[in-house]
Ligand binder design. Structure first.
Ligand code: NAP
Length: 671
């Protein structure tokens, strides 16, 4: 095949460099598949274009509109996925490996689209937490909000997941309303370039939202400001170099790093060769060693087992590894493809040579290639019987199909050995004993970004040790980079600024589009339940008539519902309870009577009561007390073209104007 000439996407046009082109070789055949370069790009103009054109366009869209855009991008990638699978073969990836990258990447965009619609408002500002009361009379309050950063996100990605690695960052970035410049690793950038083309050709992205560099980023980092973010994935050495860039340090540019990681797995001390967890563990270690030929930042590099079981584990893992078929990923029956490049093969061999000074190879030969040409190697299992005398095994990442098996003496020993990775993306524990699991979480949690606890109950549905998921954080402390990506909406916050607002309830209600207690209520007719979603305004309110609660009401409610709890039925027992003066009304009676007071019964725009949030019973209601309700429209969130959710502030008071219950009522209202 004629090498592809890869293009950059710069200030709205595709640009191919004419000079200083670098070749990229197929990992399978060694022949050139692409050439690339970024010579001649005006990187300052790129950053300026993102800030001046892409950012304002994205910020003009609401979270829901951005979410819809992500869904459209994911659908386009799925519709054209075979183009990506075809290119991905040259990276040495099997169909299964590429599925993680391509469909896993699109799936991450789908997940962010769905989270954006469900968990974020149809708005451009995001409230963070509850209102903080700051004064006695309630005229001065605080509210944290998130607003979009006004700069550009620079995404510098690793070679192992050319699509997913880009998409897992673009999902949260676009949802936050921030434009991105993507720079993939050169060796697999032909797959990324194709994916970028698919997204741009949808026409869904506003101009300036996405730009793309193949090759060097030139002087781009010189032009960063405090509104920009660098999100880096790759080696610790490059991360350090970039993090120490004078502009990044001087401007406090946000820097998220996902670096290499000496991830560990532990077979629990409760396991024997007979417990189901033993087999589950062995399968998982082999899967982690061979998926993507071990080129996953989350792969298991250190495998810890009870000392008494180390021979059994070695034999079981070796027997499974012997069944692995290494070869051309395009050929049927291949279960493990090649490494991503010749350079990668050299690096992994060098790392194994270092590991072998402390451990012995018990499976595989790193130096003979199981297939002619390309970057193929067999899986390699090492064994180190004295892990406390060793340091390289805890420190040197062989970024290939390689793991080191080690014994531990007891659980405390296993925990301390795991933590010798000095901060990892993930560890896994195979145990059925809840006490073992608790001890590991308390002892090793602080050193790990994610902990998978696998057992017979969850093994079938488990997503496995090595899979970062959009709803869970991906990142880890220490040598893993100290970063955090994804984690659902947490990942969106990384591209926004949190600001503490202080002011009057009226002012902060208007800014956050959420009514805050203390703001004037609008309580003229009509009843708020007569107003459609569009015409109902935040702050629209009703104060109901009052109703006295009698002992007969309480007894009737008790008999009708079956709730004859003594606090409602037995004067003496109720009075002995520290919370009650004597018999009191049921909390649910108060809620039911409150609804009876505020509803407007005729058919109208209110379609359904969909729930209650933050319910608190504050003061008991005794027979003879009189209650009334203030119901105020607090926030609105559109669900579709026809209706949306209204959140109401409900305050139930007694005859002395004391609050007896507060809650938020949710209704679905038609336009
Ligand atoms: P690398 O050499 O550090 O490269 C990573 C990225 O940085 C590539 O896009 C590379 O571009 C770019 N880069 C290199 N030097 C740069 C510079 N001076 N300025 C700007 N960009 C620069 O890492 P690698 O060896 O390709 O990747 C493997 C490593 O990544 C492994 O250690 C693995 O553990 C780690 N990794 C971590 C995660 C994670 O989520 N924690 C995920 C995947 C991989 P070029 O390719 O053009 O040089």
């Amino acid at each position: 095949m004629k090498p592809l000439k890869l293009m950059n996407y710069v200030t709205g046009t595709w640009y191919g460099a004419a000079q200083n082109l670098e070749p990229v070789a197929s990992a399978v055949t060694g022949e050139a598949v692409a050439e690339l370069g970024s010579h001649g790009i005006d990187f300052a103009a790129m950053a300026a274009h993102a800030r001046a054109v892409g950012g304002p366009a994205l910020r003009a869209m609401t979270f829901h509109e951005r979410a819809k855009m992500l869904k459209g991008l994911a659908e386009a990638i799925m519709a054209r996925k075979e183009e990506l699978y075809a290119l991905s073969l040259h990276t040495g990836a099997t169909r299964g490996d590429s599925w993680i990258d391509i469909e896993g990447g699109a799936g991450t965009l789908f997940a962010y689209a769905s989270k954006g619609r469900r968990e974020l408002p149809n708005d451009v500002i995001l409230l963070d937490g509850a209102v903080e009361g700051l004064s006695k009379r309630g005229t001065f309050v605080g509210q944290h909000v998130f607003t979009s950063l006004q700069g550009v996100a620079i995404h510098i990605n690793a070679f192992n997941f050319p699509c997913w690695g880009m998409l897992e960052k673009l999902g949260p970035t676009f949802l936050a309303g921030v434009p991105a410049i993507v720079k993939p690793a050169s060796s697999t950038s032909y797959v990324t370039e194709a994916c970028v083309r698919i997204m741009l050709e949808t026409g869904l992205l506003p101009e300036g939202a996405l730009q793309f560099i193949v090759g060097s980023v030139g002087d781009l980092l010189e032009h960063l400001t405090c509104q920009d973010v660098v999100s880096f994935t790759g080696s610790a050495a490059t991360a350090q170099k970039l993090q120490n860039h004078p502009v990044i340090a001087r401007e406090s540019v946000r820097f998220v790093a996902e670096r290499d990681s000496l991830n560990a797995t532990v077979l629990g001390p409760d396991c024997t060769t007979e417990t189901p967890e033993f087999e589950i563990f062995v399968k998982e270690v082999v899967r982690e060693m061979t998926t993507k030929a071990g080129q996953k930042c989350t792969a298991i590099r250190r495998t810890f087992v009870p000392a008494a079981l180390i021979d059994d584990v070695e034999h079981a893992i070796s027997a499974r590894l012997a069944k692995v078929v290494v070869g051309d990923p395009a050929v049927e029956g291949t279960t493990m493809g090649s490494l991503a490049s010749e350079r990668q093969l050299r690096d992994v061999r060098a790392a194994i040579a270092e590991l072998a000074t402390e451990a012995r190879i018990v499976f595989g030969d790193p130096n003979t290639s199981p297939v002619e040409g390309g970057a193929f190697m067999s899986p390699v299992l090492l064994r180190c019987d004295a892990p406390w005398d060793a340091s390289i095994v805890h420190d040197r990442e062989a970024f290939g199909p390689v793991s080191t098996l080690m014994p531990y003496a007891d659980l405390e020993d296993a925990i301390r050995l795991c933590n010798r990775g000095q901060g990892s993306l993930v560890m896994s524990l195979f145990t059925y004993d809840t006490e073992v699991a608790s001890a590991v979480v308390m002892g090793a949690g602080a050193y790990h970004g994610r902990v998978l606890i696998a057992d017979r109950d969850c093994a079938r549905e488990s997503t496995g040790h090595g899979s970062p998921l959009p709803g869970l954080v991906h990142g880890g402390p220490g040598r893993a980079g100290g970063g955090e990506e994804m984690g659902g909406i947490r990942g969106v916050h990384h591209y926004m600024q949190r600001t503490a607002l202080q002011g009057s309830p009226r002012m902060l209600s208007a800014i956050g589009h959420r009514w805050i207690s203390g703001t004037a209520r609008e309580s003229d007719a009509p009843h708020p339940f007569r107003l459609g979603f569009n015409s109902l305004e935040i702050g629209k309110s009703i104060t109901t008539k009052s109703r006295t609660i009698t002992l007969e009401d309480i007894e009737h409610f008790a008999e009708f519902t079956g709730d004859t709890f003594y606090a409602h039925m037995d004067e003496e027992a109720a009075a002995a309870n520290p919370f009650f003066p004597g018999r009191v009304a049921h909390g649910y009676l108060i809620l039911s009577f409150a609804a009876g007071l505020f509803v407007d019964p005729a058919p109208g725009p209110v379609l359904a009561n969909t729930g209650l949030d933050t319910l608190r019973f504050i003061k008991p209601v005794s027979p003879g007390d009189t209650i009334a309700v203030q119901l105020t429209a607090k926030a609105k969130s559109r669900r579709n073209e026809e209706y949306g959710e209204v959140r109401w502030d409900a305050l139930v008071t007694n005859q002395d104007d004391e609050p007896v219950a507060t809650y938020e009522l949710l209704t679905m209202n038609a336009n």
